[in-house]
Design a protein around this ligand. Sequence first.
Ligand code: AMP
Ligand code: MG
Length: 494
Amino acid sequence: MITQTALIADRDTVGWRFDNTYSRLPDIFFAPAKPATARAPRVSILNHRLADELGLDLGAMSPEVAAALFAGQALPAGSQPIAQAYAGHQFGGFTMLGDGRAILLGEHRTPSGRLVDIQLKGAGPTRFSRSGDGLAALGPMLREYVISEAMSALGIPTTRSLAVVTTGERVYRESALRGAILTRVAASHLRVGTFQYLATRQDPSNLRVLADYAIARHYPELIDAPRKYLEFFRAVMDRQASLIARWQLVGFIHGVMNTDNMAISGETIDYGPCAFMNAYRPDTVFSSIDHAGRYAYGNQPAIAQWNLARFAETLLPLLDSDQEKAIAIASEALGEYPALFERHWLAGMRKKLGLQTGEADDVELIRSLLDWMQESRADFTNTFRDLSSEEPPAGDRYQVPNFQAWYSRWRLRLSRDGRPSTAAYAVMRTVNPAVIPRNHRVEEALSAAEGHDDLSVLHRLLAALASPFEAGAESAQYQDPPLDDCNYRTFCGT
Ligand code: AMP
Ligand code: MG
């Protein structure tokens, strides 16, 4: 048994430096919240490497103290738990939402001066829980941990995962599951839906407060910019175009790109039914609730634009006092999105093919590779990785005239690119991962953890995912696609 005094003494040596800017905003932005009682918290996994980056010393804590801390039972000094208010379009339909199963402890200042949100996901009901229980199960929380850390290692902007603890409480879904809490670290949790919340309340003065807050926190270079709210919109649009391009380039399918899951910071947020594509197929969908394929791999760029249109609508009162003019300004800016996305995507694709220069035919060259991949059901990740070495790709799949013709064309293009091919291949191996979190590997790790409390499978997977661009003996087992993932389904875990 540990005493409350021991908890307080220990938690203060961790190195928290809270500065809670969000809870200093007007009251309508949030509601005070309190983590629910967790009878028997226990650490499932701690991210020591991330803790180091954040200037937190978890090593000095006993496992009991760490469990109590990350279960919200002993709050860090300086934290001020709140649930944030927001709204959002979910599968196209508008709803008032808010943190229904997440509690923001506050913002921690890292040694490099960055301000990051520290949030407990699954810590019990809040004012925004509606009919939900505010809780989360172990499987989905470990899933978010694994995939967010994999995304980070791939160099893709993302929220991070600092810890998962089990609560000792049951969570009831289709069956009784072990309750768990994920500690999420994010640049912030400002969403397109946060703006929608204020726009719906028709509260232009607080809308301006929110926009100024978001600019100061994420786009400080715009504070004194002329037409700063328009520039703010364009900057968010650019970060989103870049982010979605990054997803496309590694085959990441978010699965639930509702406007409340689109972060103003440009980070990937809310790992629910997300999954990586194996065989290249633009209509790939894994989410069990996405019947119409709204959030299919190939739709992600267009859905991002749809979400950005909803974001632009919220900003209209800040763009011009004349609504007609404001709409014209917003429409013109939004019209830049397709070209912006294409630019980010094409730059990324050129890199994946080892090209440093641009030629007019490059798009066609890329498209014809993708077409071949689709026809031959080639694995997206492995095809690019197979192209990333000097030797022509081995394997029967590649010994067909269609591919051979494309390969010769690409080699010719590489030879015009002005650098030795060894250099091109070296670059390719820094952008074409060998290891991604394959669905069957993730499931295998989660079921060992959930089923018999065995985290060794998960730790081995995490170790491979931490160096995704290194292909070695240990990573080989993670490179094979599943034999068949047509029936693979992911769930929101709510
Ligand atoms: P998500 O699908 O995780 O983006 O969640 C959408 C909305 O539903 C958010 O407002 C969540 O806070 C809320 N929500 C999801 N799961 C729960 C739950 N178990 N209890 C209460 N609210 C929830
Ligand atoms: Mg969400």
